[in-house]
Design a protein around this ligand. Structure first.
Ligand code: PLP
Length: 392
């Protein structure tokens, strides 16, 4: 069945799978298989080992994100679930201070925020206000401030956003959140386990975590640049009150009191054991070494892309997500040509461009990718109506 699949191990897929080193994949696999059948829903009552691993992961993660002593963290199935929980908590905390019937609460987001916020809004009947980004492809603080009203329950910023890889000005959003008394969620799903280490190495990474006093919650995906097996993400809350508001507690069921800190019920024990093993194996030094390699590779990709006549990287991406193109060249035709050459082309549409979310899977194929890109660009017609729709 796999015969027609894209060759992700060969670096042909620019997203979905995040590779570091074979040894890390193997450690994750072994730990996963060791806890293949255990269900983390029963961690507190039956599988103390898993509960302990989750507690240790939470401690590591909160420390990494400069969280205050009262902060909490929960492991989830991915960025989407982490964001759903943060939105749910923000809604429930906001409603404590209001009288029903409630107006339709709203979320104020940069237009680049992930669609997971819209999924949360759909489930919880909230309004989404997506605000155009500024010229530097980062959240426009003034425009976001103007969109806030009495029914705004959450502001968000990304570190970085998926479409352009740019980190929003979280320090400014933090000030805005405090001034207007609104919950700020930082979506560090992509950058959470890479940005702190890039910062240690001296790369210009702005502050984005709980060191900023207005940050109420933060999501960071272990299964992206944490290089842990899927499904694994973390969502952190500044204090217990806000963390508890994300949870679920039902006490009228004949089956007994039912509480979870996640949306899902049954959870794979393997994903927790694997994340614990990978985090302990790598430690901060391991992640720093990976960050060094990733950003060196990123710089080489940027240089290679910009050496192709007309090609420019959009904005100034801080990590390894890059979007690039040229207003003069039909980027759909370039994407088409890349597909013909065996690459799954990542795409963005505003402005039309190609997109890569590079991990170490893309290190050995860089020259080949850039050669094919140069050939595709040279053969592409001038810009006209896009032929290929950008699909995530
Ligand atoms: C910035 C950002 N946030 C959230 C998510 C959602 O993560 P997941 O696909 O794990 O639900 C993604 C996925 O790529 C993302 O790029």
């Amino acid at each position: 069945m796999r015969a027609g699949d894209a060759d992700w191990r060969g670096g042909r897929v620019p997203l979905y799978v995040f590779g570091a080193l074979p040894e890390i994949e193997e450690i994750g696999r072994q730990a996963y298989l060791a806890f293949f059948s255990e269900n983390a829903l029963g961690a507190r009552r039956a599988f103390r080992s898993l509960a302990r691993m989750e507690e240790e992961i939470a401690d590591m993660v909160l420390d990494l994100f400069h969280a205050p002593p009262d902060a909490t963290a929960t492991m989830t199935s991915g960025g989407t679930e982490s964001i759903l929980l943060a939105v749910k908590a923000s809604r429930d905390v906001a409603r404590r201070h209001r009288q029903p019937p409630f107006a339709r609460d709203n979320l104020v987001l940069p237009e680049t925020a992930h669609p997971a916020f819209d999924k949360a809004a759909l489930l919880m009947d909230l309004e989404v206000r997506r605000i155009a980004v500024a010229g530097d492809l980062r959240a426009d603080i003034g425009a976001m401030a103007a969109a806030i009203d009495r029914e705004t329950i959450l502001l968000a910023g990304s570190a970085p956003c998926f479409p352009y890889g740019t980190i929003d000005p979280i320090a400014d959003l933090s000030e805005l959140a405090l001034a207007r008394n609104v919950w700020l969620h930082v979506d560090a799903c992509v950058g959470g386990y890479l940005a702190p280490f890039a910062r240690d190495l001296g790369y210009p990474i702005p502050e984005f975590d709980f060191a900023l006093p207005g940050v109420a919650s933060l999501s960071a995906d272990l299964h992206k640049f944490g290089f842990c097996p899927k499904p694994a993400s973390t969502v952190c809350f500044r204090d217990v009150v806000r963390g508890d508001a994300a949870g679920f507690d039902l006490d009228v069921w004949p089956g007994g009191r039912f509480t979870t800190r996640t949306f899902v019920g049954t959870r794979p024990g393997g994903a927790i054991a694997a994340a614990w093993a990978v985090l302990n194996h790598l430690g901060r030094d391991g992640y720093r070494a990976l960050a060094r390699r990733l950003l060196t590779m990123r710089d080489a990709y940027i240089a290679g892309i910009e050496a192709i006549p007309g090609m420019r990287v959009f904005g100034s991406p801080e990590l390894t997500i890059l979007a690039f193109g040229s207003p003069a060249i039909d980027m759909s035709a370039v994407a088409d040509a890349m597909r013909t050459r065996g690459w799954v082309p990542g795409l963005v549409r505003k402005p039309p461009g190609l997109h890569i979310m590079a991990s170490l899977l893309h290190e050995p194929v860089r020259t080949r990718y850039l050669d094919d890109l140069a050939a595709a660009v040279a053969a592409a017609p001038a810009a006209n109506a896009p032929k290929i729709a950008a699909v995530y």
